[in-house]
Write a protein that binds this ligand. Structure first.
Ligand SMILES: *Cc1c(COP(=O)(O)O)cnc(C)c1O
Length: 385
């Protein structure tokens, strides 16, 4: 057995990031400024979107996108039940009604379930690319076009992912990415929202810094002026240059990070598909996954233990793991305030009992990957029917 605990996720920060942060600290300009601008420029070029706005979280990016699209009281917005609470919380923050849809086998939102939940009040859809694997975007974009809905993607897991060769972040009205420490790249806390629409980009930029007119951050530079105007009651969602210092170099490394993730995912799949108690994640031709997560499904009829016990046994083997996610319809707030019921989400309910996310990140060594495999094999071996 492994002697030390392997955490579920860890960031990989190099000397380049450290040097850039130190340079920023010494420069005297530590909040939004030239480094944030450089990061936005690089990110936009990498994704291929017309605009990119750096913000202090993916949650902030989602909130800004919906606010810029005018979501408000009386509106309904559809999203997946299998997501992090932030995706739906921002709908509530704007006074709108969250509508949850069930998922498909790929753990992503099921376009047919979206269709079934459209009402005259529906304004848009927020697909979530779970684990970095893109949703069925053609179907979703067609449904959106036919029903005059917007699509805003929760791309928290999907930086670097592609759908039919096109990078996530270019396909819809807007996409929000997360740079939380264990996401595919990190700025400690932070996010980016991309769009191809000039009007949305401008609106989100104004809303991200108190609703103050364009380039408000420049007011303390030699190019700035003391005068500004508040155009809307905006938010405080700007990214700092300290965070952008990390982002600039993390972005340079992202392609290699994803290649390592994919290589490790392939090693997992080769070994674990031999076990009858384990269903490995499926892949398809249309998508290039960013492999943020490696989520297995337990074949519970082949095991004498449940998912909770499986995770405990992995922990006893010194392997951290997690569950992505507890479906939103199971949380007290969403159950009680919005009346969601488990019966309406049969696929998510079934998946939730079976899913386990194994550690998958570029800071792991191949030895760590082998340790995870050995631990899974031992737990399955002990508890197979
Ligand atoms: C992490 C995550 C978020 C939130 O990202 P932050 O940058 O922490 O705001 C939103 N949606 C999903 C699916 C996530 O996993």
């Amino acid at each position: 057995m492994r002697e030390t605990f392997l955490p579920f996720g860890l960031p990989l920060i190099g000397q380049e990031e450290i040097d850039e942060v130190v340079d920023t600290l010494k420069s005297g300009w530590i909040t939004t400024g030239p480094k944030t601008q450089r990061f936005e420029e690089k990110f936009k070029n990498y994704i291929g979107s017309a605009h990119a706005l750096a913000v202090n979280s993916c949650t902030a990016g989602l909130h800004l996108a919906l606010a810029a699209l005018g979501v408000g009281a009386g509106d309904e917005v559809i999203t997946s039940t299998l997501t992090f609470c932030a995706t739906a919380n921002v709908i509530v923050h704007l006074g709108a009604t969250p509508v949850l849809a069930d998922i498909g086998d790929d753990l992503n939102i099921d376009p047919d379930e979206v269709k079934r939940r459209i009402t005259p009040k529906t304004r848009g859809v927020i697909p979530v690319h779970i684990g970095g694997r893109p949703c069925k975007m053609d179907a979703l974009l067609t449904i959106a076009r036919e029903n005059n809905l917007f699509v805003v993607e929760d791309a928290a897991h999907a930086v670097g992912a592609r759908y039919k060769g096109r990078r996530i972040g270019t396909l819809s009205e807007a996409a929000a990415f997360s740079f939380y420490p264990i996401k595919n790249m990190t700025t400690a806390e932070g996010g980016m929202v991309t769009t191809n629409r000039e009007d949305l980009a401008e609106k989100m930029r104004v809303l991200s810094l108190h609703g103050i007119s364009k380039d408000a951050w420049k007011r303390y530079t030699d190019k700035g002026s003391w005068y500004y105007e508040v155009l809307e009651a905006g938010y405080k969602y700007n990214m700092t240059d300290l965070q952008a210092s990390l982002g600039i170099h993390q972005l340079d490394k992202l392609e290699d990070f994803i290649k390592t993730r994919k290589r490790y995912a392939d090693i997992f799949t080769r070994a674990l598909k031999e076990l009858e108690a384990i269903e490995v994640p499926s892949e398809d031709e249309l998508t290039y996954s960013a492999w943020h997560l490696y989520a297995i499904k337990l074949n519970l009829n082949r095991l004498t233990i449940d998912r909770e016990r499986f995770i405990e046994e992995l922990r006893a083997e010194n392997i951290g793991s997690s569950v992505h996610f507890i479906p939103l319809h199971r949380h007290p707030y969403y159950r009680q305030r919005w009346g969601f019921r488990a019966e309406d989400f049969p696929v998510a309910e079934e998946a939730y009992k079976r899913i386990v996310s194994l550690p998958l990140y570029p800071r792991m060594t191949e030895g760590d990957v082998e340790d995870v495999i050995a631990a899974v094999q031992r737990v399955v071996g002990k508890h197979s029917t």
